[in-house]
Write a protein that binds this ligand. Sequence first.
Ligand code: GDP
Length: 365
Amino acid sequence: PLSIGIVGLPNVGKSTLFNALTRAQNAQAANYPFCTIEPNKAIVPVPDPRLDALTSLAKPQKTLPATVEFTDIAGLVKGASKGEGLGNKFLANIRETQAILHVVRCFVDDDVVHVHGKVDPLTDIEVIETELILADAQALENRMDRLRKQARAGKEHQAKLAVAEKLLAHLMEGLPASALEGRQEGAMAELYAELGPITAKPVIYCANVDEAGLEADSAAVEAVRAHAAKTGAPVVKVSARMEEEMAALDDAERAEFLESYGVESSGLDQVIRTGYGVLGLVSYFTVGPKEVRAWTIEQGWKAPKAASVIHTDFERGFIRAEVIAYQDYTAHRTEAACRAAGVLRQEGKEYVVKDGDVMHFLFNV
Ligand code: GDP
């Protein structure tokens, strides 16, 4: 499954946040008996008000939300790219993820030691991002050693070596791979596909604040926002400690708790939803008396491919799909009413499934 890696300096609140995610996972575990649970991974339900609305209309026996996976990646310290601390294991773990959740300490608490002595989000971010850039540079240099040998034998390797040199110079300026112009074309695109640079992955900044910080942005949070704005990365503000406490509450208690802090949805929900979004994932729904369920696909998938997430046979034997847009479904309230109103559409193989579509697939076995 697509996975988001949680990184950040020690003592910024990563484990606290991860614990909250794990509780959210365990609350749903009965619905996902097929998921093997690993200690550093949490497969958590994606909160979706549309799924709640469909559930109250169809009153199914059960409701299954979409999920997204988070991986707790411990051990990033200064020098990790040189193999210090848990450096190498860390880098191997992070390469397997598709996006990065970068937790930044914005809370002040003299009882919690800060690794560099004071709360300074920009320096913290720079330490982490520098390590990741160095790790990419090192992986690239290893690749270049091989390319140099191969380049003697063939032209296409020479072209790749030339773009590799360009990327290396870019990284050595302290810039992430995501910021290089022309990375989506030609030999450079091929090099990116082979290397999978860590700093080309989308990033979400998670500003971990104290309770006061939830209401108004502190200078520390503003600094994180300003940094993120340079690359257009999203920022989610959470109080990891509060989330951990809240994870133990039921829905009603949770709503009350949030209201007492003057916020509508928990930071954890925002982290999950933002993560789902940066991975380029969207949901379609199936609605029936037994089950209302959200299915995860990538943006742009056509109907047969979308059907394959339910069952691979659905793709092979795909005939057509009956589709109701989410707004139409909730306006008419049942499939029969949608059919009568003419808003249930017949769509073929080329149909690109939209976020929120209510789908029914017809297929040959
Ligand atoms: P990690 O090393 O990044 O995984 O950090 P931890 O999650 O272990 O947190 C380090 C310490 O900071 C723990 O004692 C947490 O209880 C504390 N901590 C985490 N989040 C917050 C927060 O939002 N406010 C305060 N005051 N302390 C926090």
